[in-house]
Ligand binder design. Structure first.
Ligand code: PBG
Length: 329
């Protein structure tokens, strides 16, 4: 490029039309995945205090809200169950019960809104008394024993109508094991979105409030299975393993503090790659907006665009409904 004054980058920024003409990235409704929280029974919506604007919904309200997402053009929703503490057990047996809350919610949503994608986590934390994603014995999370349970959990969820199972537990070898279990059950068409590079992050706090696993977890953490925030090369190895084991899509989580990881994963593997703008990221933006310190919709849009710039094919965001409405204009 010739130097200034021949080159003046501001020339192209003069007008709205010229800015639009040279714009490199765009956020579309097709990029959005909406994570939701479902309650048992038929309760009124319950606000999540640490996530302004997010409600936990009973199944009927969820079905209605997913219908709204569908009519706004959102391609897929993720459904997270809020399990009654009285039903939690040390081994999380309810996770593999075909009539558990998440399976019932999936069946109801699938029936009422058949043409939206349904994604479910595969992990035990909503169902265990200790709030860990796997089986806990003598202070250790058992890997291979946990995988046996995850295989069954994935199958019951897929049989209920879940289109995409999303193992979020970070056990070694779980993607291959879940793929085999699905195939053996005749569920070859069920997709796997792997939480491939999932970090042991403090940004999950508000989510754990929303699903009620924080109290269960107590002072515990997930550092023996979720990744160390200090690591990059290990994230690439994790993603590589999940792809070899049969992941159709991969995810990096959290989002904004890990944009570098997202970029490198997308560049290295080229698979459909998703970013999870997690609960703590949402809380930071919306909490500041609530106080009038930030322009909420503007910072949300800018953050979501950052994921596109970094290479994401899509984003899980609690703001999906609102953003879809705005993108429609
Ligand atoms: C469960 C799970 C978590 C999130 C998604 N699935 C929490 C955790 O691993 O402790 C976090 C999502 C968010 O913070 O928005 N394994």
């Amino acid at each position: 490029m010739p130097a200034y004054p021949r080159t003046r980058p501001r020339r192209l920024r003069q007008f709205d039309w010229s800015r639009r003409l040279v714009r490199e990235h765009a956020l579309r409704v097709d990029d959005l995945i909406w994570p939701t929280f479902v309650l048992d029974g038929d309760p009124a919506p319950q606000a999540v205090a640490s996530m302004p604007g997010v409600n936990r919904l009973g199944i009927d309200d969820l079905v209605q809200a997913v219908g709204q997402a569908r009519s706004l053009g959102i391609p897929a929703v993720a459904i997270f169950p809020v399990i009654d503490p009285a039903l939690k057990t040390p081994r999380g047996e309810l996770a593999t019960d075909p009539d558990n809350l998440v399976c019932r919610a999936v069946r109801a949503v699938k029936k009422a809104v058949p043409d939206i994608g349904i994604i479910c986590d595969v992990a035990l934390d909503p169902f265990t008394t200790h709030g860990q994603d796997g089986l806990l014995v003598d202070g250790r999370i058992l890997n291979d024993e946990t995988i046996e349970v995850l295989r069954q959990q994935a199958v019951v969820q897929a049989q209920a109508g879940c289109d995409v199972v999303a193992p979020s537990d970070m056990m070694d070898g779980r993607i291959g094991a879940v793929r085999d279990a699905l195939d053996e059950a005749g569920l070859q068409r069920t997709m796997i979105l792997s939480y491939a590079a999932k970090y042991a992050s403090a940004f999950y706090g508000p989510f754990r409030d929303a699903v009620g696993s924080k109290g269960a977890l107590g002072g515990g953490d997930k550092r023996t299975y979720q990744m160390d925030p200090a690591n990059t090369e290990e994230a690439l190895r994790e993603v590589g393993l999940d792809i070899e084991e049969g992941a159709d899509m991969v995810m990096v989580k959290p989002g904004m503090p890990y944009l570098d990881i997202l970029r490198r994963v997308k560049e290295r593997y080229g698979l459909p790659t998703y970013a999870y703008q997690v609960s703590g990221e949402y809380a930071m933006l919306m909490g500041a907006a609530e106080r009038g310190w930030l322009d909420g919709p503007a910072v949300m849009m800018e953050s979501l665009l950052a994921f596109k710039r970094a290479g994401a094919d899509g984003i899980l965001t609690y703001a999906a409904l609102d953003i879809a409405e705005r993108l429609r204009g």
